[in-house]
Structures are given as C-alpha cells and as structure tokens.
Design a protein around this ligand. Structure first.
Ligand SMILES: [Zn+2]
Length: 478
C-alpha cells in the first residue's frame, strides 16, 4: 500500500476551576456526596433562570490570549437540544455561531522543529451530570457536575500523528496550569477530548473523518488515534471507503465501536438561548487580562534554550510544571550557583521525586535557597556529585538545613592529600591487573581504579584529586 498519511483534529474539554458553577451559585467542587451540589437552576426545574458566571468568561479569554486567538467582544450563548439522562434540562447551554475566542494557533516543538497547530475556536459551555453504572441493572444519576463550567478548545485538522497530538495535549495542559484556570486532574475528568481522524494516500485528497468520543486521558487519545489510523488504513487497503461515523472509544478493550453514522447523525436544533443575553466584554477588560498573563511555557522554553544553553529536553522538563520553572527561575535570579548545576538537579533528582511520588514542588518544601546551597557546595568541591544527590534526596524527604545535612550524613569530600595518596597506593596494590592494563596502554583501566577508590572512601574522596594521584603514581611506575 502506498504511503498513508493521517489528519488529526482535537476537541479538548477543560473543566474550569471557578468557585461556583456556570449559571447558578452551586459550588464547583469534585468528589462531594452525589446530588448535594444542586439547585433548581442546574437541575433545570421549570421557572428558573440562569445567570452567567463572568469569571468563567475571563478564564476562557485568558486561554484565548494564550492560544493567540481573536477575542470576540460580543459572543452568543445557544441551546444544544438532546435528550440523555445526565442532562435534566434536555438541552445544554453552549456557544454555537459566535464563540468567545476564534482563529488562534499554538506552536509546538516536534523533533526540534516548530509546528503550528491552528485553533479554530474556544467557547464556554456547561457540563452534564454523571451516570454511575453500579454493576447491577441499575444506573444512578449524580447531577453535581451539571452546570460545571467548561471551555472547549477546537483545533484545525493540523496534526498528522499520535505523537504530535500528544505533544499538543501536553502543551495545552501545561498552559492551563500556568494560567491557573483548571486543576487539570485527568483522573477526575478535568480534561477530556474528542478526536477526529482521517487517513488518505499521499498525494490524494484528505479522507473522510471519523470522530472518537469518550477519550478520557492523554494516553487513551494516543491509543485511540493509533487504532483509528490502523482500522481506516485496513479498510482502504481492501478497496472499501470510509464512512463518516461517530465511534465510541473503549479504552479497556482498546477498540472503537460504532455509535452512529451520517444517516443517524443527531440534529441538535441549535438556537439562541432566550434566557441569556449576548456576552459583552469591553476592550479594557480584554486588555487587562492580556496584560496580566504570565510568561507561558513555550516562550520560557525558548528563553532557556537560547539564553541559558539548556537543551530542548531539559527546557521541556523544567517548563512542564509552573512550580518547577519558578524554582529554576529563582535559582537563576539568586546567582548563588551555576545555572547548569541548578538545571541538572531539577531535571534529575527533583523531577524523579515528583514523578515517583506525584507530589508538587511545594509539597516537597524545597526552596531555591537550599537547592542553590547544595549546588554551590558541590561546585566548591565540598561534596561530590553523588554527595549532592544524597543531600538533595535527604532534604526532599525530611527537610532540614543543607549545611547540617552534609555534616550529619558525612558527605563532606575528603581533599586531604596524605589520605588520598595513601588511598591511591592501596587501590593500585590491590588491583594489580588493572594497574598493569593501564601501564600497557589500556588507559580506560583508570576508571575502574577511581571507582574502587570512591567505593573505599564511601564516595567521599575528591574524584579529580584521586584521579590525578592514581595517574601520576601509575606513570611513575612505568
Ligand atoms: Zn445549581
């Protein structure tokens, strides 16, 4: 089969972290007892009227600025009509024709190259409730999530692989964390997406797309995209054509299942929401939000690469979480250690700790001052590289003062020449074979000898001094 190309577009739904819901004053929190955060408005009882939460609009505008969108001063709210048990009103208030934000883009870094992904629109809408299938024949309804504010980010079909989609989603997640409009807890459903996938032979027009629903994690999105590319490629390979379909992603079994085809496509009968006016923002409000935007991760990343000499992957790891970047920025500002060693420790031990434990930097309690102290102790030769690692791990695990940890754990490097010289003699005499190898021209044998010296000194021997001593002694004996 000729070269197959895939075209991918995403619709990302993000729950906003406002304190109340989109059209009523019920609390917007996750995990409460079922049906305790509900009122006549979000239950859609007759005679009630919705009232817009302006904060949700400001959050959407923030994301609009972050994704380089045009912000519409006037936008409209519409009803999307459909019946489902999780939607007691039998319609969802969303934005159809005129969304809050339109026509933006996000530049992502793919294999070192900048790729621009177009953003068609960002609009606000309310979430539906949740159905709980309790394992018996019963289905239970929890309406706490009804009316929780969402933004939907719709991309142009600009991505061509699951890898690009993953990078895009990771970028979106980190931007959301930087601008602080969502807690981004995937396991609580704070970010969900629908995926559009089509395939075509290279040089042919773009194929018919299928939409995947029920994609509840980034990894599910990747698996779903891979599966769809394979499924559609096989159909084309057999000489058949792709039908326009909406399919449900079954992550447990790793397959997509037909939900409805074009003939059965739902007609939502969109019409302007009569109970709410248009959303009007003035230029001042929009400009004020723009002025208060923090430096965004992609911009930070480029700055770290260009100005600090970090490589792409280091810059990506540090900027992936706003508090990691803040720690790094503070170390750079303090100038008490080199940028290089601060970056090494954050990319290394600190990231490892965060990944292993799922904790944030603030939960580790580590400050830039302490991190700089460890780095500079290493730079001054007071502790070895492995000593710095041990000290940092201790600091993260139990807190304390750097100086005290170095003393208490005996991490100070031994630079005493008499001691080191004796150690070098001992290592050479105990490892005659490696010493002979070195003398016979196998220069790499020195690494083993240094390793033995480090081991014998429990990591405290000054590695560069012990290297010089061993080298000189071996040369003398030649
Ligand atoms: Zn309510």
């Amino acid at each position: 089969m000729a070269n197959i190309e895939a075209v991918i577009g995403l619709e990302v739904h993000v729950e906003l972290n406002t304190s109340s819901k989109l059209y009523c004053s019920c609390k917007n929190i996750f995990g409460a007892e079922p049906n305790t955060n509900v009122c006549p408005v979000c239950l859609g009882l007759p005679g009630t009227l919705p009232r817009l939460n302006k904060q949700a609009c400001y959050h959407a505008v923030k994301m609009g600025h972050a994704l380089n969108c045009r912000i519409n001063r006037i936008s409209r709210q519409d009803r999307k009509n459909y019946f489902y048990p999780d939607l007691p009103k039998a319609y969802q208030i969303t934005q159809a024709d005129i969304p809050l934000c339109e026509n933006g883009y996000l530049d992502i870094l793919v294999d070192g190259n900048v790729k621009r992904v177009g953003i068609e629109r960002i609009h606000i809408e309310e979430d539906a409730g949740k159905l709980i299938h309790d394992g018996s024949d019963n289905t239970l309804c929890d309406y706490n999530r009804c009316g929780v504010p969402l933004i939907e980010i719709v991309t142009k079909p600009d991505m061509n692989s699951s890898a690009e989609a993953r990078i895009f989603l990771e970028n979106i997640r980190s931007i959301l964390l930087y601008i602080g409009i969502s807690d981004c807890k995937m396991q609580e459903g704070s970010i969900r997406c629908d995926v559009n996938v089509s395939v075509h032979e290279a040089g042919s027009p773009v194929g018919t797309r299928c939409e995947l629903k029920n994609v509840n994690s980034f990894s599910a999105a990747l698996r779903g995209i891979e599966y769809e590319i394979k499924r559609q490629t096989e159909i084309i390979g057999k000489g058949s054509s792709i039908e326009r379909e909406t399919r449900r992603w079954d992550d447990k079994n790793g397959i997509s299942i037909l939900m409805r085809n074009k003939e059965n496509a739902e007609d939502y009968r969109f019409f302007p929401e009569p109970d709410l006016g248009t959303i009007a923002l003035d230029e001042k409000e929009i400009a004020e939000i723009r002025e208060n935007m923090p430096e965004l991760p992609n911009k930070k990343m480029l700055r770290y690469v260009k100005e600090h000499g970090l490589n792409d992957s280091e810059a990506f790891i540090i900027t992936s979480s706003p508090d990691k970047a803040a720690l790094y920025d503070e170390c750079v500002r303090l100038q008490r250690c080199s940028i290089r060693s601060a970056a090494n420790r954050i990319v290394g031990e600190i990231t490892k700790f965060m990944n292993d434990t799922g904790k944030s930097i603030s939960e580790t309690g580590i400050t830039a001052e302490e991190l700089c102290e460890i780095c500079s102790a290493h730079e001054k030769g007071l502790i070895s590289s492995s000593g710095a690692k041990t000290a940092l791990e201790e600091l993260i695990a139990h807190g304390g003062r750097t100086e005290e940890i170095i003393k208490r754990m005996g991490l100070e490097q031994n630079t005493d020449i008499a001691y080191l010289s004796e150690l070098a003699d001992k290592v050479i005499s105990e490892n005659e074979r490696s010493a002979a190898d070195y003398r016979n021209g196998k220069k790499s044998a020195i690494s083993f000898l240094i390793g033995q010296a480090m081991k014998a000194s429990k990591g405290r021997a000054d590695p560069s001094k012990i290297r010089n001593l061993i080298e000189n002694k071996l040369k003398k004996g030649e």
